[in-house]
Structures are given as C-alpha cells and as structure tokens.
Design a protein around this ligand. Structure first.
Ligand code: SIN
Ligand code: MN
Length: 224
C-alpha cells in the first residue's frame, strides 16, 4: 500500500467481525484520548483500592487490576474490596458509560434485544512485558450485554475462541494501542485470553511508556 495513504491515516487494518457479535475496530481511540485514559488510569491505580494482582486458586495473576463501579475479587463482584483493603471501589464514571455506548453503537448494528446499554463496571488491567491472561469466559455478570474492550500501550496477541471450551477453534489477532474489541450476542460467552505482550511496541504519544492497559467495560445487571 502507498506510504502516503498510510501516513494520512488510511485504515490499513480493516474492521473485522471474528464471529457473530465479536468485532475488532482498529485505531478507534485517538492518541489524545489514549493519553487522557492513561492519566485517569494513573489516578485509579493509587486508590482508594490500589491496583493489585488478584489471587486465583491461590496464585497471583500476572496481570494487575483496578476496578471501577464494582470490585472483581475473583469470580464475584462486590462494592467493597474485602480481599484487598476493605475500601469502597471508585464510582463508575458517566463518561465511561457514554464511551461504552458509543463503542457498542459503532461495533454492533443493533443490540439484539434492543436493551439499552447501561454499563456499570470497568475492569482495568495492566500487563507488564511478561504478563498473560489464560483463556476464560467473562461470566460473572448477570447481564449478557456486550463487553467493550479498549487497549492502550504495547500491542498484545489476543486469542478469541469459541463458547464451548478454551481449546480450538480460536483466532489470534493483534490488539494495538487505540483498538476497540466488542463481544456480545452469540459471542458474549466466548473464551478469550492474552497469550503475549510485544514489549516496546506502544506508539509514542499514547501516554504509556511501557506495558499495556486494557479496559473492559461491562454491564453487571446487579443492583445496589
Ligand atoms: C480480559 O479478558 O478481561 C482482558 C482481555 C485483554 O486484556 O484484552
Ligand atoms: Mn475477559
């Protein structure tokens, strides 16, 4: 492809539907939006519930997580971080609900049920060079509304599988800084994971010198 077109922002990585309801939209966030989100992340990470590696079946995850709206303390949501310091989790910001709605509207033509997308939780993960996330389903939510995933910083290798098991068939794609991935509808309970971080691939100007931030915006369907 012509370098001039690439330089002018021609979308050389096309939008792609990996499976029904699972859509990858490259370069959805501008660099300025990415920088702003990184600045927010730096505030979230320091408290009231500081960023931490959750323990799953006695082992610390390699990923560090901070939550908004609800605290995820493996496999359940609570308002207070009883597994960390007992503090109440930060509120889920209105601007993030709007961002989530825009993401779903851009990714999915119609929400299958016509249900309004009212996200109320974000899990914000930080990956260092060696962090990974094993294949899992996002199924701690009562609602089956779509999950919105935003990536900032280093590129990762993301594995998106099927709803039956963590094994094949799956598709590996690269999620770069600024990319959006939405999975809902028939793909809402698909297994997925992060198999690799590519150190040193964050674009200059994204606000993150090293590592990768992933923000997943979700709707718990829970009250209170
Ligand atoms: C997750 O599955 O919660 C995170 C996925 C990602 O980091 O892209
Ligand atoms: Mn997940």
């Amino acid at each position: 492809m012509n370098q001039l077109l690439l330089d002018e922002g021609f979308p050389h990585r096309p939008r792609r539907e990996l499976a029904p309801g699972a859509v990858h939209i490259p370069a959805w966030l501008t660099l300025e939006q990415q920088r702003w989100l990184v600045a927010q992340f730096n505030e979230w990470a320091t408290g009231p519930v500081p960023i931490r590696a959750a323990r799953v079946r006695g082992r610390e995850m390699s990923v560090q997580m901070v939550c908004l709206g609800w605290h995820w303390q493996p496999y359940r949501y609570s308002r207070t971080a009883t597994d960390v310091n007992g503090a109440r989790v930060l509120d889920f910001p209105d601007w993030m609900a709007r961002l989530g709605r825009k993401a779903v509207a851009d990714a999915v033509e119609h929400t299958p049920s016509g249900e309004a997308y009212e996200p109320d939780v974000a899990l914000v993960n930080y990956y260092d060079d060696s962090a990974r996330m094993g294949m899992h389903q996002d199924k701690d939510e009562l609602s089956r509304a779509p999950v919105v995933s935003l990536s900032i910083g280093d590129t990762c290798r993301f594995r998106f599988g099927n709803t039956e098991s963590r094994n094949r068939p799956y598709t590996d794609i690269d999620l770069e800084s600024g990319d959006l991935f939405v999975f809902g509808g028939p793909s809402r309970l698909a297994y997925h994971g992060v198999t690799k971080i590519y150190p040193g691939t964050a674009p200059s100007g994204c606000g993150l010198a090293q590592g990768r931030i992933n923000i997943t915006i979700r709707m718990t369907g829970m009250d209170g």
